[in-house]
Design a binder for this molecule. Sequence first.
Ligand SMILES: [Mn+2]
Length: 315
Amino acid sequence: MTTKETAALLRQQDRILILTHRRPDGDTIGCAAALCSALRALGKTAYVLTNPETTDLYRPYAAPYWAPEGFQPDFVVSVDIAARGLFFPAEEIYLERVDLAIDHHPSYEGFGKASCVDPSRAACGEIVYEICRELGEVTPEAALPLYVAIATDTGCFVYTNTTANTHAVAAALMATGIDAGAVNKRHFRTKSRKRIALEADMLSHMEFYQEGRVVFLFVPLRLMERLGADENDADDLATLATIIGGVDCGAIFRELPGGEWKISLRTDGVRVNATKVCKRLGGGGHAAAAGATVPGDLDAVRAALLSAIQAEAGA
Ligand SMILES: [Mn+2]
């Protein structure tokens, strides 16, 4: 569906619940908050299902919209959710009940009864912006979380997914009077001391392959424990792999409780297609950014990723 058709569908609904994905990022949270705000401005009852995995960094944007316990929706919308596996446990009751899915991932699984999906968009926030504009005037209350969505999914407009449209949308959002500078300082120019210590350990134990074009960085549970670090300190660690000179393929190995490793892969999207590599490990994503969760010990998981990269990109 086009954004115009999506807005028309939303106008006909009420008692709307908005779903975000596991380990929520700025895009899913920002889209949910903005859409909820725009729907409320039309006089509708709308909430965002409380996502228990939301970090302190993103909670302030979504907290005003969390649904009260026991809210029974008539219409369910997912934002920035590509896969059924990204529904958090309390959300799984809606797996077969998504009336509308709004997303920008090429790997979107098609679980929505209706879908508004455009993989050419850097952030789902670009799509939600258009929908909000179709619904009425974009207020600063919607513009701020949308700016967060777009800025975070593009690494503050530096990732290769950033397009002229990304900047045009950001400009329109800034014109509503929001404090974009404060958002950028908060998300891109501030690191906790625990985060700095975490990055220092990761960088001192990194491993290079393929003549330095591939780098692996590791976040074992015992490191998180030793530093007393939690999710608030571990947001978007994958960026670290992409800033090393000569590297066109970087992976973060994050140990999860229960003997699994979450791989976040960032590549140039040309020599190494991140989605194709991660698909070999049961994951997915974009050409330049993808992920997979692989059970097993680190040696086995590392070997599996390395051979998947070799298969896709050659030695
Ligand atoms: Mn996104």
